[in-house]
Structures are given as structure tokens and as C-alpha cells.
Design a protein around this ligand. Structure first.
Ligand SMILES: [Fe+2]
Length: 428
């Protein structure tokens, strides 16, 4: 299966007919179309040894309580910030049975899973495309298009409907999973910065090999539509694909390939770090980068008036949190509610203690309003998180002083017209 033909613009691997739906090969292999947009959108064809509909009818049934936390009920989020600690690892729970919903809107959701057991079945999500982020662990994502090896720091994109299975390596595993019910991730790029900031499509890693399995047995596939999980059983292995063609594919994208936009004289807003856009959601990466030399090098206090923000802390010491974040934690900042630097971080800025490099990786996924939070997430919420800004009401630097207005008026006289230094010389 060493044949790669990418030069036509549509990838193909293995044994495929000269053209889709045509030619004598179709009398010998079984073509299956994966079609989005009512067959008018993205599409891929897989060519099988056996008909994909060879299920055993008596074996089909709906599974009760297959993934109970994935269906955790949702409540209005309200005006409170949350910091969610890591979910506990449950023994012998695989990637999907242990999936837990954290927040959701009508088109997108954020979930978390900490698999401890291999999957004895294959999975198909019939309602959503899934974007996984591997916070901890490694393994192989086995798909109908071929395997994808993954490791810590990888995104795995599994388009809606693709038959797959996680085979995690030994050791702790912890994945965030962003679910989209209305579309697939689109690479974010600004018209003025081109195709290579903050990453290139050539950084996406697609399956490049097929391991065709001509096996007879009992092969279970679990599908999910909304909250209904249905099993079906086939007498032949679902990875009986001898070739495929198309651009509707699973792929991997490593966070180390994000080459962020930085600016010496201005703070790049979160939107400058967007990697993927999805219906009702966008995903940004705050990664290792040099610190702005002048101006505000912390995030400004802000109200995101249209999106609820989540950040998963993956690596390092998050610069704006002033040492208050732990790796694996997820913050949830609801729409409209102000937030920004924690007091220790702001103090460092005010005192000019500027680091050279932001040593951090955070995955921010923001969800269009109205976004709701799950009962499961509320069970992980740390009750003291709102207090992490409390030095703003206790430390003399930040609290009320009778002479504050006069002080700022005097400083305004002196500093309001002051310029930063990295600029062309002023006119004589
Ligand atoms: Fe924010």
C-alpha cells in the first residue's frame, strides 16, 4: 500500500479506481462515500473488501448508560468564573465510556476523558466532528483511513462518521475533546498575514499507510447520535479498506508546530492566536513565545461579550495567572464577566519585571453564547476561584485612597503623551 498520489490535489492511498464511482474495479471492491453537506460538501471514498452494511441484524441494540458523564445535564452558567480541577482517573474506563461533558452550546461542546483501558469496540460519532487535544499520554488512533500515532501536545481531528478506535500506550492519559455538531475545523488565517501564520496546512499529518485487515470474527461498532448509543456487529473487520481517495480525513496537528504571532510594541489579542474556527466556537493556542517588549505584555482586563472562554492549561506557568493555575486545570470564564491578570501578574507588570519568554502552552476554546455548564463540571469546580482576584480588594496598591484621583491627574500631565521607544526618530 505504498502508493501516494497527492499531486492531483486530492489525496489517495492504495487501490482505488481511476475515478470515483466509475470503472471495472467497482465490480470487485465495495465503494463507500463519506459525504458532508448532503453529498455536496467535503467527501472521501473508501474501497472495502466486504460490504460496509454486512451487520448482523439480531445483534443491533441501543446501549443503556454507555457514557453517563457525556450526557451530564446542563445548567445555565451565570455570572461566576470557574476553575475545574482534573477529573479523577476511573479504573478500566476507555476513552468514550469515560467521556465527560464540561460545557456546551447548541453547536459545540467541551469534554474531557482520562482513558485507562483499551477500546474493545470501534466508535463512530454520527452527530459531531471531534477535535481532541492530548494533554497527557500517547498512543495510536486507528482509523478506517489508516493509523495515526499521537503523543502529548497533539490535536487529533476525527471527522463526523469516521470509524476509529483509540489504542493508548501504557501510562496516564488525559484528553480534552471539543465536539462540533455543525461543521469541521477551518484553519484560521488573517488576509494580511497569509497562509503560514500561525501555522501551515502542511503541518497537518494525515494517515499515510493502510493496514488492511481481512479478518473474520465479531466486530462491534458503537455509534452516537445525540444521547443515543447504538451497537452493531459485523462479521468482518471494519478496517478492510484497500484504498481511499478524498479530503474528508482524520489528521493530527502538533502544538509545537504553532508559530505564534508576536508584536514588540503591542499586545496581540487572543484572536491573533486562533488556530481553528468552527461553528459557534474557536480554538486558540497560547504557546511559548517572546514577551512583548513595550506596551502591555499582560492580557488587558476584558469582557468577552459574545463568547464563554475556556482555557486548558497544558504546559508551563501561565503568565497572566500569577502562579495560580495548575496543569490540567480548565478555567471557564462566562460571557460578559470581566477578567484579566491575576494580582501577582499585574504587580509584576507595574513593577517592570518583564520576562523574556512566555513559557506556557494553553488551549483556549471559546463558545458562543448561550453556553451552559454541566453538573459534572460543577463537581470539579474549585470553590475559591473567584477569590483569586481578591488582592484587588485587599492590597494597598489596588484599593481606595483619597488622593488617587489627584495622583492620576498629575501622572496624566506627565505621561499621557509619552511615546514608546521602538519607533522611527521624531522629526527635528
Ligand atoms: Fe479571557
Amino acid at each position: 500500500m505504498g502508493k501516494f498520489e497527492y499531486f492531483s490535489g486530492i489525496p489517495e492511498v492504495g487501490i482505488v479506481p481511476l475515478a470515483p464511482h466509475a470503472g471495472p474495479l467497482l465490480r470487485h471492491v465495495y465503494e463507500q462515500e463519506h459525504g458532508r453537506g448532503g453529498f455536496a460538501g467535503a467527501v472521501s471514498h473508501t474501497y472495502h473488501l466486504y460490504p460496509p452494511t454486512n451487520w448482523l441484524p439480531d445483534e443491533t441494540r441501543v446501549l443503556d448508560r454507555f457514557a453517563p458523564h457525556w450526557e451530564s445535564s446542563l445548567r445555565p452558567l451565570g455570572g461566576t468564573h470557574h476553575a475545574l480541577r482534573m477529573m479523577p482517573a476511573e479504573a478500566a474506563t476507555d476513552a468514550y465510556r469515560g467521556m465527560a461533558q464540561l460545557i456546551a452550546n447548541t453547536t459545540a461542546a467541551m469534554n474531557v476523558t482520562a482513558p485507562r483501558a483499551p477500546m474493545e469496540y470501534f466508535f463512530e460519532h454520527h452527530s459531531a466532528t471531534m477535535v481532541f487535544f492530548i494533554h497527557q499520554g500517547s498512543g495510536t488512533l486507528e482509523t478506517i483511513f489508516g493509523p495515526i500515532a499521537y503523543a502529548k501536545g497533539d490535536f487529533l481531528i476525527i471527522p463526523k462518521g469516521v470509524t476509529h478506535r483509540f489504542d493508548p500506550a501504557p501510562g496516564p492519559q488525559y484528553y480534552w475533546m471539543y465536539e462540533n455538531f455543525a461543521g469541521d475545523p477551518e484553519k484560521s488565517e488573517a488576509p494580511t498575514t497569509g497562509h503560514f501564520i500561525t501555522h501551515s496546512r502542511s503541518d497537518y499529518r494525515y494517515p499515510r499507510s493502510l493496514q488492511t485487515l481481512n479478518e473474520r470474527g465479531s466486530f462491534e461498532i458503537v455509534s452516537k447520535v445525540d444521547g443515543v448509543y447504538t451497537r452493531r456487529v459485523h462479521p468482518t473487520h471494519p478496517f478492510d479498506v484497500v484504498g481511499w481517495r478524498g479530503d474528508y480525513l482524520p489528521y493530527k496537528f502538533a502544538v509545537e508546530d504553532v508559530r505564534p504571532l508576536v508584536a514588540d510594541r503591542s499586545h496581540v489579542p487572543p484572536s491573533g492566536h486562533t488556530i481553528f474556527r468552527l461553528p459557534g466556537c474557536y480554538i486558540c493556542i497560547f504557546t511559548v513565545r517572546s514577551v512583548e517588549k513595550e506596551g502591555m505584555w499582560l492580557p488587558f482586563f476584558h469582557k468577552n461579550l459574545d463568547y464563554t472562554e475556556t482555557i486548558g492549561f497544558h504546559f508551563g506557568s501561565f503568565f497572566s495567572s500569577g502562579g495560580m493555575s495548575q496543569l490540567g486545570m480548565v478555567t471557564v470564564h462566562p460571557v460578559g464577566l470581566p477578567h484579566g491578570p491575576k494580582p501577582p501578574a499585574l504587580k509584576a507588570f507595574m513593577e517592570g519585571r518583564r520576562p523574556e519568554v512566555h513559557h506556557e502552552v494553553g488551549v483556549m476554546a471559546d463558545f458562543a453564547n448561550p453556553t451552559r455548564i454541566s453538573e459534572f463540571a460543577l463537581g470539579l469546580s474549585q470553590p475559591d476561584y473567584m477569590a483569586s482576584w481578591s488582592p484587588y480588594v485587599s492590597e494597598p496598591t489596588f484599593t481606595h485612597r483619597p488622593d488617587r484621583l489627584a495622583e492620576i491627574r498629575a501622572l496624566g500631565e506627565r505621561l499621557a503623551d509619552a511615546r514608546d521607544a521602538l519607533r522611527p526618530p521624531a522629526a527635528e
